[in-house]
Design a protein around this ligand. Structure first.
Ligand code: XMP
Length: 494
């Protein structure tokens, strides 16, 4: 053999990397399958339990989680979700202070007893009161001096007739001597009696030395009775999550959110099977071991394992299934969501870690399919976007009402994106801005989704969500099957 040729052969064998083989696998989406109906012993869908785990340590009454998007979840949506037994994740596309305020609004909304009620000085003005009401989403304040001695109460009623903005709180408040107060250890049923007897809305609790010990409100007692399945913490406050990134101020943000009482942190990064996401998960669990961390987003078993081994208390699954996502089109990468959930859930099951199926839920049947595929909860974006509780106001187009929903990687969201030196950067969007029909109160959508899920559980012959989880008996359908599944050969009225 010619020595030149021999050299080329040796070079090729030892120096060129071995080419990995192209692989191709089948992936299915929610629309590709149906669940095979099973014998059911369920006599009423009211009897089925939708209780499930959000994370290793957090239990919810239902599997609905509102997405950490700036057109979906701020305090109002998070409150609605938690009141109905799910949870909302406050988005991170604002300052740390703003995000903390949103968390505080949720934590303050309902509690058996407010331990540290908001106070205002008697020397504050009506202008100060209005500003604080707006900022904190509060309807009134206890009036106190610097030593937190109770001096009175000021509520919205006291400023109803629009006194001048310079009027002092001390001139408008109901003074201490006219207030009905309770002792710090008063039982809730005794507090309820006092509130009813005296027809008052707020019962301040005071220590013997006159300092504030807490506050019980009739709203809290009433709301508690109306929403018996609400997601609450040990102190009776609504549960809430918040998102953080993996760069810049993310650790300060995490610390501030935890101080504000957040129950779970969500690492918000599009490609969760990355060194950045894995390192952030490990770092958060080391710095804040008492707070559950949801990591994501991934679409493979390997990605799931890496995040769990880094300490994730739940893993969020979904690369590109979202209604406003263009990741799959722009990058060519992604994995059909049903198969992604099956693959990731099978891996997570080995570690007893819950999976959140994030994106692509178009109707209630998709939730049943996601759970049957192995998810413990589902994250919802655009399906909630048209409701009253999503940020933003409705607008009218061609006589119909709409609201805006937009991808967090869309051009509009990132219009002012700057690099570390403050210079504007070129941005390749992986999401779109869109409009979605206005839907009224979120409660209606939530009830429709849960009603559909309960019916789905009955068709699958289970009474507990946990018995459906990962036990789906799926049948793959064809285009004809999809057509048959929808209303067909009729003209719909609406
Ligand atoms: P749905 O289908 O419920 O999906 O509206 C919500 C989920 O979509 C993800 N998301 C994005 N994905 N580009 C993407 O590829 C984006 O701009 C974008 N914004 C949100 C996210 O996981 C969310 O929960």
């Amino acid at each position: 053999m010619n020595t030149n040729y021999l050299g080329i052969v040796i070079f090729t064998i030892f120096c060129c990397p071995v080419r990995a083989e192209v692989s191709i696998t089948q992936g299915l989406s929610y629309d590709d399958v149906l669940l095979t109906p099973k014998h059911s012993t369920v006599s009423s869908r009211k009897l089925v339990s939708t209780q499930t785990r959000l994370t290793k340590n957090i239990l919810l009454s239902n599997p609905l989680v509102s997405a950490n998007m700036d057109t979906i979840t701020e305090a109002t949506m998070a409150i609605a979700m938690a009141q109905h037994g799910g949870i909302g994740i406050i988005h991170r596309f604002n300052s740390i202070e703003r995000q903390v305020e949103e968390v505080e609004k949720v934590k303050r909304f309902r509690s058996a007893k407010i331990d540290c009620p908001l106070t205002i000085s008697p020397d504050a003005t009506v202008a100060d009161v209005r500003e604080l009401m707006e900022e904190k989403g509060a309807s009134g304040f206890l009036v106190a001096n610097e030593d937190r001695i109770l001096l009175g109460i000021l509520t919205q009623r006291d400023i109803r007739f629009r006194p001048s903005l310079e009027t002092l709180v001390s001139d408008l408040m109901t003074p201490r001597e006219k207030l009905i107060v309770g002792s710090p250890d008063i039982a809730i049923h005794d507090a309820k009696k006092l509130l009813m007897e005296h027809r008052i809305e707020k019962l301040p609790l005071v220590h013997d030395d006159g300092t504030i010990a807490g506050l019980i409100t009739s709203k809290d007692i009433y709301i508690k009775a109306e929403y018996p399945y609400a997601s609450v913490d040990a102190q009776g406050r609504l549960l809430v999550g918040a998102a953080i990134g993996v760069n810049d101020d993310y650790l300060d943000r995490a610390a501030a959110l935890i101080k504000a009482g957040v129950d779970v942190l969500v690492i918000d990064i599009a490609h969760g099977d990355s060194v950045l996401a894995v390192d952030t998960t490990r770092q958060l669990k080391k710095l804040f071991p008492d707070v559950d961390v949801i990591a994501g987003n991934v679409a493979t078993a390997e990605g799931t394992r890496r995040l769990i081994e880094a300490g994730a208390d739940a893993v969020k699954v979904g690369v590109g299934p979202g209604s406003i996502c263009t990741t799959r089109i722009v990058t060519g990468c992604g994995f059909p969501q049903l198969s992604a959930v099956i693959n990731c859930a099978q891996e997570a099951n080995k570690y007893d870690i819950p999976i959140i199926a994030d994106g692509g839920i178009k109707q209630s049947g998709d939730i049943t399919k996601a759970i049957a595929a192995g998810a413990s909860t589902v994250m919802l974006g655009s399906i909630l976007a048209g409701t009253d509780e999503s940020p933003g106001v409705p607008f009218t187009k061609n006589g119909k009402k709409f609201k805006i929903v937009r991808g967090m990687a869309s051009f509009v969201t990132n219009l002012n994106r700057k690099d570390k030196k403050g210079k504007k950067t070129d941005y390749v969007p992986e999401g779109v801005e869109a409009m979605t029909p206005y839907k009224g109160p979120a409660a209606e959508t939530i009830n429709q989704l849960l009603g559909g899920l309960r019916s789905g559980m009955s068709y699958c012959g289970v009474t507990e969500l946990n018995d459906l989880r990962g036990n789906g008996d799926f049948v793959q359908i064809t285009a004809a099957g999809i057509r048959e599944s929808h209303a067909h050969d009729v003209s719909e009225l609406a």
